[in-house]
Unconditional design. Structure first.
Length: 320
């Protein structure tokens, strides 16, 4: 059985900084491991020194959707002067392995390959086809990595299909979701509900014409710079998405007092309303509701012990 920590150290010590990437060095290392275990694979070169590696174990009779264990093998640049330990030496100190790629995402390559090999070594009967996919170029957009893989054909056993067809209908385990978050005595492992994205806005600033056959006044550039400065000074309104609200409430609920847990469950049903929660002779409001209501209604803002480190903001009005 391959030792995951030793495998991770070997991967970190293969410098695949992107650009230029040169992930082929690492993928050839993975090839040798697959060869030693008698597992079929295909390496496809997408550019000089770059490519993707796909290995597979097929079920005799698949009953469930295929499973793809996917990771990327390139890493972003690392300046050694900013590191406590050299970024490509994978030194282990006090139980931690230090190096570029230990969390993004050579650790995932090591974990997935270890699990993939265990299926073979332990002769586990498969109910689905299982694939191991190590890609290039994720840190620079995946043009030579996953995107290239999706757009090209690959032969698995006696079947030839595009990478996109291979992914269609499959379950995929890849990076994403974030780091574990502690909640009381429990540990939460996160799943993504969406990816960040960007929007592009194009402005055209025309220069005023000036005398002369060739030169304009140059005021267009000056006004464009002023526009950029004005945009940079704007403070955009932030908003918390419903999924984030639910996550925060669930996480907080692990430690909250029973009363506050009931409040949070009730609040979840009315996320866009200010909730008046009956406590004794008062209707109380908590957290963001309390902050808003105390300001708008000009009532005193206090706090209540709720099981968290800090008291929950609270304000209220008599119920009669």
């Amino acid at each position: 059985m391959i030792e995951p920590a030793a495998l991770l150290k070997d991967l970190v010590r293969i410098n695949t900084t992107n650009p230029p990437g040169e992930e082929e060095k690492l993928l050839l290392y993975l090839e040798r491991i697959l060869q030693e275990h008698g597992i079929p694979y295909v390496y496809q070169e997408s550019a000089k020194g770059r490519g993707n590696l796909l290995a597979w174990q097929l079920a005799d009779q698949a009953e469930e959707a295929p499973l793809i264990l996917m990771s990327h093998t390139d890493v972003v640049a690392a300046q050694a002067s900013q590191w406590k330990f050299p970024p490509f030496e994978a030194q282990e100190v006090d139980g931690y392995i230090y190096g570029r790629g230990t969390v993004d995402t050579k650790q995932l390559t090591a974990m997935e390959l270890t699990a993939f090999l265990a299926l073979k070594e332990k002769e586990i009967p498969l109910k689905r086809d299982v694939y191991f996919l190590a890609t290039s170029d994720e840190e620079s957009g995946s043009a030579y990595g996953l995107q290239w893989f999706l757009d090209h054909e690959i032969t698995v056993g006696e079947t030839t299909k595009t990478g996109r067809e291979l992914f269609r209908g499959s379950d995929v385990i890849s990076e994403g979701g974030g780091f574990p978050v502690g909640g009381g005595k429990r540990e939460f492992y996160l799943c993504e509900s969406g990816q960040k994205s960007c929007g592009t806005v194009e402005f055209t600033v025309k220069a005023k014409s000036a005398k002369g056959a060739f030169f304009t006044s140059g005021d267009g550039m000056e006004r464009a710079m002023g526009l950029a400065e004005d945009i940079g000074k704007q403070k955009l309104d932030g908003r918390v998405l419903d999924t984030v609200k639910q996550f925060e409430q669930k996480l907080a609920g692990v430690q909250l007092s029973p009363m506050m847990q009931h409040y949070m469950e009730t609040k979840k049903e009315y996320p866009d309303c200010i909730l008046f929660y009956r406590l004794g002779d008062f209707y109380e409001m908590f957290f963001d509701d309390a902050l808003k209501a105390s300001k708008e209604l000009e009532i005193t803002l206090t706090g209540k012990e709720c099981g968290l480190k800090e008291r929950a903001p609270m304000c209220g009005v008599p119920f009669h």
